[in-house]
Design a binder for this molecule. Sequence first.
Ligand code: CA
Length: 342
Amino acid sequence: MPTAAGERSRIKASVDFEREGRQLGYLTVPWSRNDSAWGSLRVPIAVIRNGSGPTVVFTAGNHGDEYEGQIALHKLARSLDPGDVSGRVIIIPALNLPAVQAGTRVSPVDGGNMNRIFPGARSGTLTPMIAHYVHTEILPLADVVVDLHSGGKTLQFVPCAVMHQLEDAALMRRTMDALLAFGAPLGLVLLELDNQGMLDTAVEEMGRVFISTELGGGGTVTAETVAVAERGVRNLLRHFGLLAPGDTGEPAPAERTRLMHTPADDCFVAAGDAGLYEPLVDLGAEVEAGMAIGSIHAFEHPDREPLLHRAGRSGKLICRHFPGLVQSGDCVAVVAADYDAA
Ligand code: CA
Protein backbone atom coordinates (compact mmCIF):
# COMPACT_ATOMS: atom_id res chain seq x y z
CA MET A 1 0.00 0.00 0.00
CA PRO A 2 1.15 3.58 -0.51
CA THR A 3 3.09 4.81 2.49
CA ALA A 4 2.07 8.44 2.18
CA ALA A 5 -0.68 10.39 0.44
CA GLY A 6 1.90 12.01 -1.81
CA GLU A 7 2.91 8.60 -3.17
CA ARG A 8 -0.57 7.63 -4.31
CA SER A 9 -0.75 6.91 -8.01
CA ARG A 10 -1.67 9.77 -10.35
CA ILE A 11 -3.95 7.32 -12.20
CA LYS A 12 -7.67 7.47 -11.37
CA ALA A 13 -10.07 4.54 -11.72
CA SER A 14 -13.66 5.09 -12.86
CA VAL A 15 -14.63 1.82 -11.17
CA ASP A 16 -15.20 1.27 -7.43
CA PHE A 17 -13.41 -1.92 -6.38
CA GLU A 18 -15.78 -2.37 -3.43
CA ARG A 19 -19.05 -2.12 -5.38
CA GLU A 20 -21.11 -5.23 -6.17
CA GLY A 21 -22.14 -6.09 -9.72
CA ARG A 22 -20.41 -5.56 -13.07
CA GLN A 23 -18.54 -2.35 -13.83
CA LEU A 24 -16.79 -1.66 -17.15
CA GLY A 25 -14.65 1.44 -16.93
CA TYR A 26 -11.24 2.99 -17.29
CA LEU A 27 -8.01 3.77 -15.56
CA THR A 28 -7.33 7.36 -16.58
CA VAL A 29 -3.60 7.97 -16.98
CA PRO A 30 -2.69 11.67 -17.22
CA TRP A 31 -0.91 12.26 -20.53
CA SER A 32 -0.29 15.87 -21.48
CA ARG A 33 1.31 16.08 -24.91
CA ASN A 34 1.60 18.17 -28.06
CA ASP A 35 -1.62 16.92 -29.62
CA SER A 36 -3.67 16.84 -26.38
CA ALA A 37 -2.83 19.48 -23.77
CA TRP A 38 -5.01 18.12 -20.96
CA GLY A 39 -5.21 14.64 -22.46
CA SER A 40 -5.16 11.20 -20.95
CA LEU A 41 -4.79 7.53 -21.80
CA ARG A 42 -7.83 5.45 -20.85
CA VAL A 43 -6.91 1.86 -20.01
CA PRO A 44 -10.00 -0.41 -19.91
CA ILE A 45 -10.78 -2.22 -16.66
CA ALA A 46 -13.66 -4.42 -15.50
CA VAL A 47 -14.66 -5.29 -11.94
CA ILE A 48 -17.18 -8.07 -11.30
CA ARG A 49 -17.99 -8.57 -7.66
CA ASN A 50 -20.54 -10.51 -5.70
CA GLY A 51 -20.62 -11.59 -2.07
CA SER A 52 -17.52 -12.81 -0.31
CA GLY A 53 -14.63 -14.75 -1.76
CA PRO A 54 -11.14 -14.27 -3.11
CA THR A 55 -10.00 -11.60 -5.54
CA VAL A 56 -8.57 -12.83 -8.84
CA VAL A 57 -6.85 -10.29 -11.11
CA PHE A 58 -6.57 -11.11 -14.84
CA THR A 59 -4.30 -9.07 -17.10
CA ALA A 60 -3.44 -9.30 -20.81
CA GLY A 61 -1.83 -6.97 -23.31
CA ASN A 62 1.20 -6.69 -21.02
CA HIS A 63 2.93 -7.21 -24.35
CA GLY A 64 0.79 -5.63 -27.08
CA ASP A 65 1.32 -8.24 -29.82
CA GLU A 66 -0.01 -11.21 -27.78
CA TYR A 67 -3.70 -11.73 -28.44
CA GLU A 68 -5.27 -14.85 -26.92
CA GLY A 69 -5.46 -13.33 -23.45
CA GLN A 70 -6.78 -10.01 -24.71
CA ILE A 71 -9.61 -11.73 -26.59
CA ALA A 72 -10.44 -14.13 -23.76
CA LEU A 73 -10.55 -11.31 -21.18
CA HIS A 74 -12.80 -9.06 -23.29
CA LYS A 75 -15.20 -11.99 -23.60
CA LEU A 76 -14.94 -12.81 -19.89
CA ALA A 77 -15.63 -9.18 -18.86
CA ARG A 78 -18.81 -9.10 -20.93
CA SER A 79 -20.08 -12.61 -20.25
CA LEU A 80 -19.37 -13.27 -16.58
CA ASP A 81 -22.67 -12.98 -14.70
CA PRO A 82 -22.08 -11.25 -11.35
CA GLY A 83 -24.83 -13.44 -9.89
CA ASP A 84 -22.69 -16.52 -10.59
CA VAL A 85 -19.59 -15.09 -8.88
CA SER A 86 -18.50 -15.50 -5.26
CA GLY A 87 -15.74 -12.96 -4.78
CA ARG A 88 -14.18 -10.33 -7.00
CA VAL A 89 -12.74 -10.53 -10.51
CA ILE A 90 -10.64 -7.62 -11.78
CA ILE A 91 -9.89 -7.68 -15.51
CA ILE A 92 -7.39 -5.47 -17.36
CA PRO A 93 -7.31 -6.76 -20.97
CA ALA A 94 -4.92 -4.13 -22.44
CA LEU A 95 -2.41 -3.44 -19.68
CA ASN A 96 0.06 -1.64 -21.97
CA LEU A 97 -2.62 0.05 -24.09
CA PRO A 98 -0.28 2.02 -26.42
CA ALA A 99 1.52 -1.26 -27.28
CA VAL A 100 -1.86 -2.96 -27.83
CA GLN A 101 -3.01 -0.12 -30.10
CA ALA A 102 0.21 -0.39 -32.14
CA GLY A 103 0.37 -4.22 -32.14
CA THR A 104 3.87 -4.12 -30.70
CA ARG A 105 5.58 -5.81 -27.76
CA VAL A 106 6.66 -2.60 -26.06
CA SER A 107 5.05 0.83 -25.93
CA PRO A 108 5.72 3.02 -28.98
CA VAL A 109 5.21 6.07 -26.72
CA ASP A 110 8.06 5.56 -24.28
CA GLY A 111 9.69 2.28 -25.40
CA GLY A 112 8.52 0.73 -22.12
CA ASN A 113 8.43 -3.06 -21.77
CA MET A 114 5.68 -3.50 -19.16
CA ASN A 115 7.12 -6.80 -17.98
CA ARG A 116 10.59 -5.41 -17.30
CA ILE A 117 9.57 -2.22 -15.50
CA PHE A 118 7.91 -3.26 -12.20
CA PRO A 119 7.48 -1.82 -9.61
CA GLY A 120 7.16 1.16 -11.94
CA ALA A 121 7.33 4.82 -11.05
CA ARG A 122 4.67 7.30 -9.95
CA SER A 123 6.32 10.10 -11.90
CA GLY A 124 7.48 8.03 -14.83
CA THR A 125 6.27 7.96 -18.41
CA LEU A 126 3.12 5.99 -19.32
CA THR A 127 4.48 2.44 -18.96
CA PRO A 128 6.13 2.80 -15.53
CA MET A 129 3.17 4.93 -14.33
CA ILE A 130 0.75 2.08 -15.18
CA ALA A 131 3.06 -0.49 -13.56
CA HIS A 132 3.23 1.65 -10.41
CA TYR A 133 -0.58 1.84 -10.29
CA VAL A 134 -0.88 -1.95 -10.61
CA HIS A 135 1.80 -2.46 -7.95
CA THR A 136 0.37 -0.02 -5.39
CA GLU A 137 -3.41 -0.17 -6.04
CA ILE A 138 -4.27 -3.52 -7.70
CA LEU A 139 -1.84 -6.11 -6.31
CA PRO A 140 -2.70 -5.36 -2.65
CA LEU A 141 -6.32 -6.35 -3.48
CA ALA A 142 -5.33 -9.62 -5.16
CA ASP A 143 -5.21 -13.17 -3.83
CA VAL A 144 -4.32 -14.50 -7.26
CA VAL A 145 -2.87 -12.77 -10.34
CA VAL A 146 -3.07 -14.30 -13.82
CA ASP A 147 -1.10 -12.53 -16.57
CA LEU A 148 -1.90 -13.97 -20.01
CA HIS A 149 0.98 -13.98 -22.48
CA SER A 150 1.72 -15.57 -25.84
CA GLY A 151 4.81 -15.64 -28.03
CA GLY A 152 4.13 -12.32 -29.76
CA LYS A 153 5.36 -11.64 -33.27
CA THR A 154 8.76 -13.30 -32.77
CA LEU A 155 8.02 -16.54 -30.86
CA GLN A 156 5.52 -19.39 -31.09
CA PHE A 157 4.70 -21.76 -28.21
CA VAL A 158 2.92 -25.03 -27.62
CA PRO A 159 0.07 -23.59 -25.48
CA CYS A 160 1.16 -23.69 -21.85
CA ALA A 161 0.31 -22.31 -18.44
CA VAL A 162 3.44 -21.08 -16.70
CA MET A 163 4.77 -20.75 -13.16
CA HIS A 164 8.21 -20.41 -11.59
CA GLN A 165 10.17 -22.58 -9.18
CA LEU A 166 9.49 -20.87 -5.82
CA GLU A 167 11.43 -20.94 -2.54
CA ASP A 168 8.23 -20.98 -0.45
CA ALA A 169 7.07 -24.64 -0.55
CA ALA A 170 3.45 -23.85 0.43
CA LEU A 171 3.16 -21.13 -2.23
CA MET A 172 4.79 -23.50 -4.73
CA ARG A 173 2.12 -26.14 -4.01
CA ARG A 174 -0.80 -23.69 -4.27
CA THR A 175 0.62 -22.27 -7.48
CA MET A 176 1.14 -25.72 -9.02
CA ASP A 177 -2.42 -26.71 -8.15
CA ALA A 178 -3.59 -23.58 -10.00
CA LEU A 179 -1.24 -24.30 -12.92
CA LEU A 180 -2.80 -27.76 -13.33
CA ALA A 181 -6.32 -26.40 -12.85
CA PHE A 182 -5.84 -24.02 -15.81
CA GLY A 183 -5.96 -27.11 -18.04
CA ALA A 184 -3.55 -26.07 -20.81
CA PRO A 185 -1.90 -28.84 -22.87
CA LEU A 186 1.37 -28.06 -21.05
CA GLY A 187 2.10 -26.82 -17.54
CA LEU A 188 5.55 -25.27 -17.50
CA VAL A 189 7.79 -24.53 -14.53
CA LEU A 190 9.88 -21.87 -16.23
CA LEU A 191 13.35 -20.63 -15.52
CA GLU A 192 13.36 -16.98 -16.60
CA LEU A 193 16.37 -15.83 -18.59
CA ASP A 194 15.99 -12.46 -16.82
CA ASN A 195 13.29 -11.90 -14.16
CA GLN A 196 14.23 -8.30 -13.33
CA GLY A 197 11.20 -6.00 -13.32
CA MET A 198 8.58 -8.64 -14.11
CA LEU A 199 4.98 -8.44 -12.84
CA ASP A 200 5.49 -12.14 -12.01
CA THR A 201 8.29 -11.38 -9.57
CA ALA A 202 6.39 -8.50 -7.96
CA VAL A 203 3.42 -10.75 -7.20
CA GLU A 204 5.52 -13.70 -6.03
CA GLU A 205 7.45 -11.44 -3.66
CA MET A 206 4.10 -10.47 -2.08
CA GLY A 207 3.45 -14.18 -1.42
CA ARG A 208 0.45 -14.35 -3.77
CA VAL A 209 -0.31 -17.01 -6.37
CA PHE A 210 0.89 -15.96 -9.81
CA ILE A 211 0.11 -17.80 -13.05
CA SER A 212 1.21 -16.78 -16.51
CA THR A 213 0.74 -18.39 -19.91
CA GLU A 214 2.42 -18.74 -23.28
CA LEU A 215 -0.54 -19.61 -25.48
CA GLY A 216 0.66 -19.39 -29.07
CA GLY A 217 2.29 -16.57 -30.95
CA GLY A 218 3.45 -15.28 -34.28
CA GLY A 219 1.42 -12.11 -33.77
CA THR A 220 -1.88 -13.92 -34.33
CA VAL A 221 -4.23 -16.47 -32.74
CA THR A 222 -5.96 -19.70 -33.69
CA ALA A 223 -9.42 -20.84 -32.63
CA GLU A 224 -7.75 -23.51 -30.51
CA THR A 225 -5.32 -21.18 -28.68
CA VAL A 226 -8.14 -18.73 -27.86
CA ALA A 227 -10.20 -21.69 -26.61
CA VAL A 228 -7.33 -22.73 -24.31
CA ALA A 229 -7.31 -19.21 -22.85
CA GLU A 230 -11.09 -19.05 -22.41
CA ARG A 231 -11.30 -22.47 -20.76
CA GLY A 232 -8.28 -21.68 -18.61
CA VAL A 233 -9.59 -18.46 -17.07
CA ARG A 234 -12.92 -20.09 -16.19
CA ASN A 235 -11.17 -23.21 -14.88
CA LEU A 236 -9.15 -20.98 -12.54
CA LEU A 237 -12.29 -19.19 -11.31
CA ARG A 238 -13.79 -22.61 -10.50
CA HIS A 239 -10.55 -23.75 -8.86
CA PHE A 240 -10.50 -20.76 -6.51
CA GLY A 241 -14.22 -21.07 -5.72
CA LEU A 242 -15.40 -17.92 -7.52
CA LEU A 243 -17.54 -20.01 -9.87
CA ALA A 244 -19.44 -23.18 -8.96
CA PRO A 245 -17.69 -26.35 -10.17
CA GLY A 246 -20.32 -27.06 -12.86
CA ASP A 247 -20.03 -29.71 -15.53
CA THR A 248 -17.71 -28.56 -18.31
CA GLY A 249 -18.21 -31.84 -20.17
CA GLU A 250 -14.44 -32.27 -20.24
CA PRO A 251 -11.94 -34.39 -18.34
CA ALA A 252 -10.55 -32.82 -15.15
CA PRO A 253 -8.16 -30.08 -16.29
CA ALA A 254 -5.17 -31.57 -14.48
CA GLU A 255 -5.54 -34.79 -16.49
CA ARG A 256 -5.07 -32.87 -19.71
CA THR A 257 -1.86 -31.14 -18.69
CA ARG A 258 1.66 -32.50 -19.24
CA LEU A 259 3.90 -31.00 -16.57
CA MET A 260 7.31 -29.86 -17.87
CA HIS A 261 10.11 -27.53 -16.86
CA THR A 262 13.10 -25.61 -18.13
CA PRO A 263 15.50 -26.09 -15.23
CA ALA A 264 18.71 -24.69 -16.78
CA ASP A 265 20.11 -22.37 -19.42
CA ASP A 266 20.76 -25.31 -21.78
CA CYS A 267 17.00 -25.47 -22.48
CA PHE A 268 17.31 -22.24 -24.45
CA VAL A 269 18.96 -22.14 -27.88
CA ALA A 270 20.18 -18.75 -29.11
CA ALA A 271 21.04 -17.84 -32.70
CA GLY A 272 24.80 -17.81 -33.25
CA ASP A 273 24.55 -15.54 -36.26
CA ALA A 274 22.13 -13.47 -38.32
CA GLY A 275 20.47 -15.05 -41.32
CA LEU A 276 17.64 -17.23 -42.60
CA TYR A 277 16.39 -19.68 -40.00
CA GLU A 278 15.52 -23.18 -41.16
CA PRO A 279 13.80 -25.26 -38.47
CA LEU A 280 14.86 -28.91 -38.82
CA VAL A 281 12.13 -30.09 -36.45
CA ASP A 282 8.72 -28.53 -35.86
CA LEU A 283 7.07 -27.10 -32.78
CA GLY A 284 5.98 -29.84 -30.38
CA ALA A 285 8.55 -32.38 -31.58
CA GLU A 286 10.28 -34.69 -29.11
CA VAL A 287 14.06 -34.16 -29.44
CA GLU A 288 17.24 -35.75 -28.09
CA ALA A 289 20.19 -33.90 -26.58
CA GLY A 290 22.63 -33.02 -29.36
CA MET A 291 20.04 -33.40 -32.15
CA ALA A 292 20.23 -30.77 -34.89
CA ILE A 293 17.07 -28.68 -34.52
CA GLY A 294 17.70 -25.74 -36.85
CA SER A 295 20.24 -24.10 -39.11
CA ILE A 296 20.98 -20.52 -40.05
CA HIS A 297 21.83 -19.69 -43.65
CA ALA A 298 24.01 -16.63 -44.24
CA PHE A 299 22.07 -14.74 -46.89
CA GLU A 300 25.13 -12.78 -48.04
CA HIS A 301 27.46 -15.82 -48.18
CA PRO A 302 26.12 -18.61 -50.42
CA ASP A 303 29.53 -20.34 -50.20
CA ARG A 304 29.13 -20.88 -46.44
CA GLU A 305 27.67 -24.00 -44.87
CA PRO A 306 24.66 -23.17 -42.69
CA LEU A 307 25.31 -22.84 -38.96
CA LEU A 308 23.77 -25.84 -37.21
CA HIS A 309 22.02 -25.42 -33.86
CA ARG A 310 21.52 -28.40 -31.56
CA ALA A 311 19.25 -29.22 -28.63
CA GLY A 312 21.11 -28.80 -25.34
CA ARG A 313 19.03 -31.51 -23.70
CA SER A 314 16.36 -34.09 -24.43
CA GLY A 315 12.70 -33.09 -24.23
CA LYS A 316 9.96 -31.37 -26.18
CA LEU A 317 10.41 -28.38 -28.47
CA ILE A 318 7.89 -26.06 -26.80
CA CYS A 319 8.93 -22.77 -28.42
CA ARG A 320 10.43 -21.65 -31.72
CA HIS A 321 11.46 -18.41 -33.35
CA PHE A 322 8.63 -17.37 -35.65
CA PRO A 323 9.90 -14.99 -38.40
CA GLY A 324 12.13 -16.42 -41.13
CA LEU A 325 14.95 -14.00 -40.39
CA VAL A 326 16.96 -14.18 -37.17
CA GLN A 327 19.48 -11.88 -35.59
CA SER A 328 22.47 -13.04 -33.57
CA GLY A 329 21.33 -13.75 -30.00
CA ASP A 330 17.65 -14.33 -30.83
CA CYS A 331 15.99 -17.16 -28.94
CA VAL A 332 15.39 -19.71 -31.73
CA ALA A 333 14.18 -22.69 -29.66
CA VAL A 334 13.25 -23.81 -26.15
CA VAL A 335 13.36 -27.49 -25.12
CA ALA A 336 11.48 -28.48 -21.97
CA ALA A 337 11.89 -31.69 -19.98
CA ASP A 338 9.24 -33.63 -18.06
CA TYR A 339 8.84 -32.40 -14.49
CA ASP A 340 8.39 -34.75 -11.57
CA ALA A 341 6.18 -32.92 -9.07
CA ALA A 342 6.75 -35.57 -6.36
CA1 CA B 1 5.05 -12.04 -23.48
